[in-house]
Design a binder for this molecule. Structure first.
Ligand code: 13P
Length: 250
Protein backbone atom coordinates (compact mmCIF):
# COMPACT_ATOMS: atom_id res chain seq x y z
CA UNK A 1 0.00 0.00 0.00
CA UNK A 2 1.24 3.44 -0.92
CA UNK A 3 0.81 5.94 1.90
CA UNK A 4 -0.61 9.17 0.49
CA UNK A 5 1.65 12.21 0.69
CA UNK A 6 0.12 15.67 0.97
CA UNK A 7 2.89 18.21 0.42
CA UNK A 8 2.55 21.98 0.57
CA UNK A 9 4.53 24.12 -1.85
CA UNK A 10 4.42 27.54 -0.24
CA UNK A 11 6.17 29.10 -3.28
CA UNK A 12 7.37 32.68 -2.52
CA UNK A 13 4.86 33.40 0.24
CA UNK A 14 5.05 34.11 3.93
CA UNK A 15 6.68 36.16 6.66
CA UNK A 16 8.10 35.10 10.01
CA UNK A 17 4.77 35.96 11.59
CA UNK A 18 2.56 34.20 9.04
CA UNK A 19 4.82 31.12 9.03
CA UNK A 20 4.55 30.92 12.84
CA UNK A 21 0.75 31.12 12.67
CA UNK A 22 0.56 28.51 9.92
CA UNK A 23 2.88 26.10 11.75
CA UNK A 24 0.92 26.49 15.00
CA UNK A 25 -2.24 25.60 13.12
CA UNK A 26 -0.66 22.59 11.45
CA UNK A 27 0.75 21.25 14.71
CA UNK A 28 -2.60 21.64 16.43
CA UNK A 29 -4.50 19.72 13.76
CA UNK A 30 -2.14 17.16 12.27
CA UNK A 31 -3.08 14.53 14.85
CA UNK A 32 -6.41 14.05 13.11
CA UNK A 33 -4.77 13.23 9.79
CA UNK A 34 -4.47 9.48 10.07
CA UNK A 35 -3.82 8.25 6.58
CA UNK A 36 -1.56 10.75 4.87
CA UNK A 37 1.98 11.85 5.42
CA UNK A 38 2.10 15.67 5.54
CA UNK A 39 5.05 17.79 4.40
CA UNK A 40 5.72 21.48 3.76
CA UNK A 41 8.17 23.12 1.37
CA UNK A 42 8.75 26.71 2.52
CA UNK A 43 10.95 29.34 0.89
CA UNK A 44 14.56 28.45 1.81
CA UNK A 45 14.91 31.30 4.28
CA UNK A 46 12.10 29.96 6.48
CA UNK A 47 13.41 26.39 6.65
CA UNK A 48 15.23 26.93 10.00
CA UNK A 49 12.01 28.32 11.49
CA UNK A 50 10.07 25.35 10.14
CA UNK A 51 12.65 22.92 11.52
CA UNK A 52 12.44 24.50 14.98
CA UNK A 53 8.66 24.28 14.99
CA UNK A 54 8.16 20.86 13.38
CA UNK A 55 11.02 18.85 14.87
CA UNK A 56 9.52 15.80 16.53
CA UNK A 57 6.10 16.21 14.89
CA UNK A 58 4.58 14.03 12.17
CA UNK A 59 5.11 16.75 9.55
CA UNK A 60 8.23 16.69 7.42
CA UNK A 61 9.69 19.49 5.30
CA UNK A 62 11.76 20.12 2.22
CA UNK A 63 13.11 22.65 -0.25
CA UNK A 64 11.36 24.01 -3.33
CA UNK A 65 14.45 23.50 -5.46
CA UNK A 66 18.05 22.30 -5.13
CA UNK A 67 21.30 23.10 -6.87
CA UNK A 68 23.04 20.61 -9.13
CA UNK A 69 26.33 21.72 -7.55
CA UNK A 70 27.84 20.64 -4.23
CA UNK A 71 29.42 23.95 -3.16
CA UNK A 72 31.43 26.88 -4.42
CA UNK A 73 30.90 29.92 -6.59
CA UNK A 74 27.20 29.53 -7.37
CA UNK A 75 25.59 32.73 -6.16
CA UNK A 76 22.05 32.31 -4.92
CA UNK A 77 22.05 28.52 -5.03
CA UNK A 78 21.25 26.10 -2.18
CA UNK A 79 22.85 22.65 -2.13
CA UNK A 80 21.36 19.30 -1.20
CA UNK A 81 23.77 19.06 1.76
CA UNK A 82 22.47 22.41 3.06
CA UNK A 83 18.89 21.15 2.91
CA UNK A 84 19.91 18.02 4.81
CA UNK A 85 21.75 20.17 7.34
CA UNK A 86 18.35 21.68 8.22
CA UNK A 87 16.52 18.40 8.46
CA UNK A 88 14.84 18.39 5.05
CA UNK A 89 13.37 15.14 3.80
CA UNK A 90 12.23 16.34 0.37
CA UNK A 91 13.32 18.60 -2.47
CA UNK A 92 10.94 19.64 -5.22
CA UNK A 93 12.64 19.55 -8.64
CA UNK A 94 11.34 20.72 -12.00
CA UNK A 95 8.33 22.70 -10.85
CA UNK A 96 6.72 24.25 -13.92
CA UNK A 97 7.41 27.72 -12.58
CA UNK A 98 11.13 26.93 -12.60
CA UNK A 99 10.93 25.27 -15.99
CA UNK A 100 9.09 28.25 -17.47
CA UNK A 101 10.41 31.29 -15.58
CA UNK A 102 13.99 30.05 -15.12
CA UNK A 103 14.36 28.04 -18.31
CA UNK A 104 15.10 24.74 -16.58
CA UNK A 105 15.47 21.94 -19.13
CA UNK A 106 14.48 18.29 -18.71
CA UNK A 107 18.20 17.46 -18.49
CA UNK A 108 18.87 20.01 -15.76
CA UNK A 109 15.85 18.80 -13.77
CA UNK A 110 17.04 15.21 -14.12
CA UNK A 111 20.44 16.25 -12.77
CA UNK A 112 18.75 17.94 -9.80
CA UNK A 113 16.80 14.74 -9.16
CA UNK A 114 20.05 12.76 -9.25
CA UNK A 115 21.95 15.13 -6.96
CA UNK A 116 19.12 15.30 -4.41
CA UNK A 117 18.77 11.54 -4.40
CA UNK A 118 22.50 10.91 -4.09
CA UNK A 119 22.58 13.18 -1.05
CA UNK A 120 19.74 11.27 0.62
CA UNK A 121 16.85 13.64 -0.07
CA UNK A 122 13.64 12.40 -1.63
CA UNK A 123 13.17 14.37 -4.84
CA UNK A 124 9.62 15.34 -5.82
CA UNK A 125 9.78 15.45 -9.62
CA UNK A 126 7.15 17.74 -11.14
CA UNK A 127 5.92 17.04 -14.64
CA UNK A 128 2.93 18.22 -16.63
CA UNK A 129 1.68 19.76 -19.84
CA UNK A 130 0.64 23.31 -20.70
CA UNK A 131 -2.86 24.10 -21.95
CA UNK A 132 -1.54 24.39 -25.49
CA UNK A 133 0.06 20.96 -25.25
CA UNK A 134 -3.14 19.43 -23.89
CA UNK A 135 -5.13 20.97 -26.74
CA UNK A 136 -2.62 19.57 -29.21
CA UNK A 137 -3.22 16.13 -27.70
CA UNK A 138 0.39 15.67 -26.62
CA UNK A 139 -0.09 15.47 -22.84
CA UNK A 140 1.32 11.95 -22.67
CA UNK A 141 4.32 12.74 -24.88
CA UNK A 142 5.21 15.75 -22.73
CA UNK A 143 4.92 13.82 -19.45
CA UNK A 144 6.86 10.90 -20.93
CA UNK A 145 9.66 13.18 -22.11
CA UNK A 146 9.98 14.83 -18.69
CA UNK A 147 9.90 11.47 -16.90
CA UNK A 148 12.26 9.74 -19.32
CA UNK A 149 14.95 12.37 -18.76
CA UNK A 150 15.27 11.10 -15.18
CA UNK A 151 15.02 7.43 -16.13
CA UNK A 152 17.70 7.85 -18.82
CA UNK A 153 20.11 9.57 -16.43
CA UNK A 154 19.50 7.50 -13.31
CA UNK A 155 17.75 4.30 -14.32
CA UNK A 156 14.20 3.37 -13.39
CA UNK A 157 15.18 2.06 -9.94
CA UNK A 158 16.04 5.64 -8.90
CA UNK A 159 12.34 6.46 -8.92
CA UNK A 160 11.94 4.24 -5.86
CA UNK A 161 13.71 6.96 -3.87
CA UNK A 162 11.52 9.79 -5.12
CA UNK A 163 8.00 10.99 -5.72
CA UNK A 164 6.34 12.22 -8.90
CA UNK A 165 3.93 15.14 -8.98
CA UNK A 166 1.71 15.44 -12.03
CA UNK A 167 0.87 19.12 -12.27
CA UNK A 168 -0.96 20.21 -15.40
CA UNK A 169 0.32 23.74 -15.90
CA UNK A 170 -3.16 24.99 -16.85
CA UNK A 171 -4.47 23.93 -13.44
CA UNK A 172 -1.79 25.63 -11.33
CA UNK A 173 -3.07 28.67 -9.50
CA UNK A 174 -5.97 29.04 -11.92
CA UNK A 175 -8.78 27.46 -9.93
CA UNK A 176 -9.23 25.08 -12.92
CA UNK A 177 -8.67 21.69 -11.36
CA UNK A 178 -8.24 18.67 -13.60
CA UNK A 179 -11.24 16.38 -13.32
CA UNK A 180 -10.55 13.23 -11.32
CA UNK A 181 -10.83 11.26 -14.59
CA UNK A 182 -8.41 13.54 -16.45
CA UNK A 183 -5.89 13.29 -13.64
CA UNK A 184 -6.34 9.54 -13.20
CA UNK A 185 -5.74 8.98 -16.92
CA UNK A 186 -2.37 10.71 -16.80
CA UNK A 187 -1.40 9.11 -13.48
CA UNK A 188 -2.18 5.68 -14.91
CA UNK A 189 -0.14 6.51 -17.99
CA UNK A 190 2.84 7.54 -15.84
CA UNK A 191 2.61 4.41 -13.67
CA UNK A 192 2.22 2.25 -16.76
CA UNK A 193 5.31 3.74 -18.34
CA UNK A 194 7.33 2.98 -15.21
CA UNK A 195 5.75 -0.49 -14.91
CA UNK A 196 6.89 -1.36 -18.42
CA UNK A 197 10.45 -1.06 -17.08
CA UNK A 198 9.99 -2.22 -13.49
CA UNK A 199 6.69 -3.32 -12.08
CA UNK A 200 7.76 -3.25 -8.43
CA UNK A 201 9.03 0.32 -8.71
CA UNK A 202 5.77 1.35 -10.39
CA UNK A 203 3.66 -0.26 -7.67
CA UNK A 204 5.53 1.53 -4.90
CA UNK A 205 5.77 4.91 -6.66
CA UNK A 206 3.75 7.76 -5.18
CA UNK A 207 2.27 9.97 -7.90
CA UNK A 208 0.81 13.19 -6.51
CA UNK A 209 -1.64 15.47 -8.26
CA UNK A 210 -1.06 19.23 -8.17
CA UNK A 211 -3.11 22.11 -9.53
CA UNK A 212 -5.88 23.95 -7.66
CA UNK A 213 -6.37 21.09 -5.21
CA UNK A 214 -8.56 22.22 -2.30
CA UNK A 215 -10.37 20.57 0.63
CA UNK A 216 -13.53 20.58 -1.49
CA UNK A 217 -12.12 18.63 -4.44
CA UNK A 218 -9.42 16.55 -2.73
CA UNK A 219 -11.50 13.53 -1.73
CA UNK A 220 -12.66 12.68 -5.24
CA UNK A 221 -9.15 13.10 -6.64
CA UNK A 222 -7.59 11.01 -3.87
CA UNK A 223 -10.20 8.30 -4.38
CA UNK A 224 -8.69 7.49 -7.78
CA UNK A 225 -6.48 4.41 -7.74
CA UNK A 226 -3.35 6.06 -9.14
CA UNK A 227 -3.55 9.38 -7.28
CA UNK A 228 -1.39 9.02 -4.19
CA UNK A 229 -1.62 12.47 -2.68
CA UNK A 230 -1.25 16.08 -3.64
CA UNK A 231 1.24 18.88 -4.15
CA UNK A 232 -0.63 21.90 -2.91
CA UNK A 233 0.09 25.55 -3.63
CA UNK A 234 -2.46 28.15 -2.55
CA UNK A 235 -4.40 25.88 -0.21
CA UNK A 236 -1.23 24.97 1.71
CA UNK A 237 -0.97 28.51 3.07
CA UNK A 238 -3.94 28.14 5.42
CA UNK A 239 -3.68 25.45 8.09
CA UNK A 240 -7.37 24.61 7.92
CA UNK A 241 -7.32 24.13 4.14
CA UNK A 242 -4.09 22.17 4.07
CA UNK A 243 -5.19 19.90 6.90
CA UNK A 244 -8.55 19.54 5.19
CA UNK A 245 -6.77 17.97 2.22
CA UNK A 246 -4.89 15.63 4.55
CA UNK A 247 -8.18 14.67 6.19
CA UNK A 248 -9.66 13.92 2.78
CA UNK A 249 -7.18 11.06 2.56
CA UNK A 250 -8.54 9.48 5.77
P1 13P B 1 -2.02 25.63 -6.68
O1 13P B 1 -2.47 24.60 -5.68
O2 13P B 1 -1.95 27.02 -6.10
O3 13P B 1 -2.78 25.54 -7.97
O4 13P B 1 -0.49 25.28 -7.03
C1 13P B 1 -0.15 23.98 -7.36
C2 13P B 1 1.32 23.89 -7.43
O5 13P B 1 1.96 24.44 -8.29
C3 13P B 1 2.01 23.11 -6.38
O6 13P B 1 3.35 22.91 -6.68
Amino acid sequence: MRQPLVAGNWKMNGSRASVATLLDGLKAGVGEVRNAEMAVCPPFIYIPQVQEALRGTAISWGGQDVSTEASGAFTGEISAAMLLDFGCTYAIVGHSERRTLHGESDELVAKKFAVARAAGLKPILCIGETLEEREQGITEQVCARQLDAVIELEGVAALADGVIAYEPVWAIGTGKVASPEQAQDVHAFIRGRVAALDNAVAEGLRILYGGSMKPGNAAELLAKPDIDGGLIGGASLKAEDFLGIGLAAN
